[in-house]
Design a protein around this ligand. Structure first.
Ligand SMILES: CC(C)(COP(=O)(O)OP(=O)(O)OC[C@H]1O[C@@H](n2cnc3c(N)ncnc32)[C@H](O)[C@@H]1OP(=O)(O)O)[C@@H](O)C(=O)NCCC(=O)NCCS
Length: 355
């Protein structure tokens, strides 16, 4: 899960776990790691062996993710069997402490998502009571013929066909995973319909932007006009998509004006001690006017990425500027950030998306 964990870099209070096999015989593992309630469920589970195996593997991954998170963040070492993962009425996994001693509420503050496919399970846990998470994975080796016709709208299929031909198969699965990840984070899965989660934009650099439509908007009207950013990654034969968002403060795309205001404020902070006589304004140029050096630009770019929780190809932008021996205005930088957060950079600046 390294590729994925690196992407979701906005919070240290996050833990992913990826398992390809159970650490022992299923019944032995079940006895060791499951709570009494989970053991009852495991024993009475009427399902094909594959489903039982993946359910147990998912529990292993989930418990490991939660344990590591609690240990890392709170110095709490809990036995697996005292962490119970029970579904809410819609199937969303919830974390509870079921040990004997009274325990800090932190355990049940962990938000968790589980996915399994083709003998592999992943779990993503975040220690934040206001957070929702969703993760999904698919195996690239289990290609379903023409699943795009059912899974995607004509607009989404157009997005796919605009990608380089050698990437379409992989990105079709990543887009599918993005829909499932959003459905899981919202807690109702894809019950509103496959097309109710609409892929609005794909950035090959690892981001998929998803909006809600139709039945999904009926379920979650607060998402009207908002876009959710889903991270996506590939590791060997699997693709993953995952989302983390704060309830009530959806990580949504900021407007161009908001981006510009943020950049002006940030530049104001950075240049505070630099004896620059005039106020910083959108036309101010970083290098010739504001006296930026390369390292200052790198510090600024890092701050922008952290602020928006989104990796952007600043290295390529700075290299391009160096090669062309030109300067960069705050207005252009605004357009660059806007473009890479999903905007259209309508302001007409020359900055284009760097892939
Ligand atoms: C939730 C859903 C997206 C899971 O997708 P899937 O491909 O079947 O299975 P995955 O391996 O990706 O994920 C399974 C895990 O999702 C989690 N999950 C199930 N329902 C969930 C929900 N409502 N919210 C969040 N997570 C959920 C569970 O942890 C489950 O694992 P577990 O049962 O072993 O604990 C899908 O089953 C769904 O949309 N269900 C609801 C509506 C429905 O029936 N839709 C049919 C259209 S496909």
């Amino acid at each position: 899960m390294n590729a994925f964990a690196n992407l979701v870099h906005d919070s240290s209070a996050i833990q992913a776990c990826h398992l390809d096999a159970l650490p022992g015989e299923p019944d032995v593992v079940a006895n060791l790691i499951l709570s009494p309630g989970e053991q009852n469920h495991w024993r009475s589970m009427r399902a094909v062996e594959k489903r039982r195996h993946e359910w147990l593997l998912g529990r292993c991954a989930a418990k490991q993710a939660v344990q590591s998170l609690l240990e890392k963040e709170m110095d709490l070492c809990l036995p697996s069997a005292e962490i119970e993962i029970a579904p809410d009425p819609y199937g969303r996994p919830q974390v509870q402490y079921c040990g004997a001693v009274p325990w800090p509420a932190a355990v049940s503050q962990a938000a968790l998502s589980i996915a399994h496919s083709h003998g592999t399970a992943v779990a993503l846990a975040v220690l934040d009571p206001g957070a929702r998470v969703g993760i999904d994975l698919e195996s690239l080796t289990r290609r379903r013929q023409d699943f795009e016709a059912i899974a995607f709208s004509p607009d989404e299929r157009r997005l796919l066909s605009a990608l380089p031909a050698d990437l379409t198969e992989e990105w079709a699965l990543r887009m599918w995973c993005a829909k499932e990840a959003v459905g899981k984070a919202l807690g109702r899965g894809l019950s509103a319909g496959l097309l109710a989660f609409h892929i609005a934009r794909v950035e090959i650099a690892r981001i998929i932007e998803v909006g809600l439509r139709d039945g999904a908007l009926v379920q979650f009207p607060q998402f009207e006009g908002k876009s959710l950013l889903v991270y996506t990654a590939r590791e060997s034969d699997f693709v993953f998509s995952a989302i983390i968002y704060q309830q009530g403060a959806v990580r949504m795309r900021p407007s161009r004006q908001e981006i510009q205001d943020y950049l002006l404020q940030k530049m104001g902070e950075l240049t505070e001690d630099w004896d620059y006589p005039d106020p910083v304004h959108p036309e101010s140029r970083l290098f010739t006017e504001l006296g930026f050096e390369s390292l200052d630009a790198v510090v600024l770019c890092t701050a922008i990425q952290e602020h928006y929780h989104t990796p952007m190809p600043f290295a390529e932008l700075l290299a391009e500027i160096g090669q062309q021996q030109r300067d960069l205005s705050i207005k252009e930088l605004t357009d660059f950030v806007d473009t890479h957060l999903g905007g259209t950079a309508e302001n007409g600046s020359a900055t284009r998306r760097v892939q």
